[in-house]
Design a protein around this ligand. Structure first.
Ligand code: ATP
Ligand code: MG
Length: 450
């Protein structure tokens, strides 16, 4: 049945609609990244969601899964081939060259947003997914690799998932080491060609490194005995890796060596890493990246060393504990239309002047309004009815303590002050220092000009 024939419109396969807890999880990951990346001096970068197809096809490598089968590529109305970004690195490198960002020296950049890959949707794998991305461009490292990994580790810790996630680290060496290793892998896998899976046989000539990444069970047995990069590292590449690992140790970033870890994309050199968990089944990589010294040059720019990572927001969001539900500070409950109108000014003043989150509960009978107000998470309720309208007062009810007091509407400042003090107490952790609202107001009345 076509989507137009069913009575409900359907979403595109592999896309998600999030509300409530799922949305809160997603937002918490994004907010945490925004906070942590500032601690490391990474600046925000915004780039387009689509690029000329060549930007991705050339930089990711024609033989990679992403380019050969996963890209959302289409012709626009003028016949140009464009592609929805499957990742950030290529687009950021393109922007670096298009805008001459070399003039800024070393750049530490962070991006967040949707990426698109035509994949088989399953748990942790979608067609529109979202990434956090961090890049250091223009620095040959390995101190930059250490800083970038420290940022990744810090993010994982701040999200409270460090106990479930480990950093796996490898080196792919410099181009010389890498091609020697590649030749050895080619010879080795050629000797076992018939035992390889179909995909891997295809990869053999194009890029034997990719076989190390194979998820095919039979391939994995062969991969276990394949030559390792260590035997082919040049002295320089070995020194780079040694500096990286001692830098990580000094920075307190725990890592384990995985000599069979390669990255899916062709542009990586030296450092390659993944933060992995076994809590998400087959989709266990939450954050991954490496050094891509050759990419910007391959795109037609000057030789520009760079290192970066990307993390899957949905995968991280599934791992974290549910964030505290969002609520309001104050419930406004008008008993009639006149009270509604009067309250509107009060509510505006509390929101704008006091930074108080307010929701109005004006539907249903009084019991229903009170129940909804309590469920909103509000600590206080302001109730205005006909009596209160007559003498410009309001009832302020402490929804947690249950105490209620009738005070002049002109004392709205007390309400804002009380909620501000509660916020401060929550921040400093001195729980229980603030009495219920009526008692707190009495305590503070002395300082108030009457
Ligand atoms: P995988 O091996 O799971 O396919 P990948 O190597 O293709 O991952 P990268 O290109 O390194 O992934 O992307 C970085 C991160 O983005 C991944 O570690 C993962 O957390 C996330 N990611 C990649 N593809 C998807 C997807 N289709 N759906 C959800 N998250 C994804
Ligand atoms: Mg993939």
């Amino acid at each position: 049945m076509s989507p137009l024939m069913s009575n409900k419109p359907s979403a595109i396969r592999g896309t998600n609609d999030f509300i409530a807890e799922e949305a809160a999880r997603f937002d918490h990951v994004v907010d945490t990244f925004a906070r942590v990346r500032r601690l490391y001096g990474f600046r925000s970068v915004h780039i387009p969601v689509f690029e000329h197809t060549g930007v991705f096809a050339r930089s990711l490598g024609e033989t990679t899964d992403v380019v050969s089968k996963e890209m959302y590529t289409f012709e626009d109305r003028s016949g140009d081939s464009v592609t929805l970004r499957p990742e950030f690195t290529a687009g950021i490198s393109r922007a670096y060259l298009s805008n001459g960002w070399q003039q800024h020296g070393v750049m530490k950049l962070a991006a967040t947003g949707p990426c698109f890959r035509y994949e088989r949707p399953q748990k942790g794998r979608f067609r529109q997914f979202h990434q956090l991305d961090a890049e250091i461009i223009g620095s040959a490292g390995p101190d930059s690799d250490v800083e970038l990994l420290a940022l990744g580790q810090h993010l994982i810790e701040e999200l409270g998932v460090a106990g479930n996630v480990t950093l796996q680290l490898n080196t792919l060496g410099d181009p010389e080491s890498r091609s020697a290793w590649q030749a050895a892998l080619l010879a080795y896998f050629n000797g076992h060609r018939d035992s390889l899976g179909e995909d891997s046989q295809r990869r053999l000539d194009a890029n034997p490194l990719r076989i190390l990444d194979s998820k095919n069970e039979g391939d994995r047995a062969l991969v276990a005995d394949a030559p390792v990069i260590d035997d082919f590292l040049t002295a320089e590449a070995a020194a780079f890796f040694a500096a990286l690992t001692s830098g990580l140790d000094a920075a307190g970033v725990a890592w384990t060596r995985n000599p069979r870890l390669v990255r899916g994309l062709d542009y990586y050199r030296h450092t390659a890493f993944e933060f992995v968990t076994d809590a998400l089944g087959a989709q266990g990589t939450v954050l991954a990246g490496g050094r891509y010294d050759g990419l910007i040059e391959a795109m037609g720019g000057p030789h520009t060393p760079a290192v970066g990572w990307a993390a899957g927001i949905e995968r991280l969001a599934m791992l974290i504990d549910a964030p505290a539900p969002e609520g309001v500070d104050l419930a406004f409950i008008p008993m009639d239309d006149a009270a509604s109108a009067r309250g509107a000014r009060l509510v505006a003043a509390l929101r704008k002047g006091g930074g108080v989150a307010v929701e109005t509960f004006a539907a249903g009978n009084m019991k229903k309004r009170m129940t909804r107000a309590s469920a909103s998470g509000a600590r206080l309720a302001i109730i205005i009815g006909a009596d209160e309208m007559r003498d410009d007062t309001m009832q302020v009810k402490d929804l947690v303590a249950g105490e209620q007091v009738r005070i002049p509407q002109a004392e709205a400042g007390f309400v804002g002050g009380y909620l501000a003090e509660l916020r401060l107490v929550a921040l400093t952790g001195h729980d229980g220092d603030v009495p219920d609202f009526p008692a707190w107001r009495t305590r503070n009345l002395g300082g108030q000009a009457r």
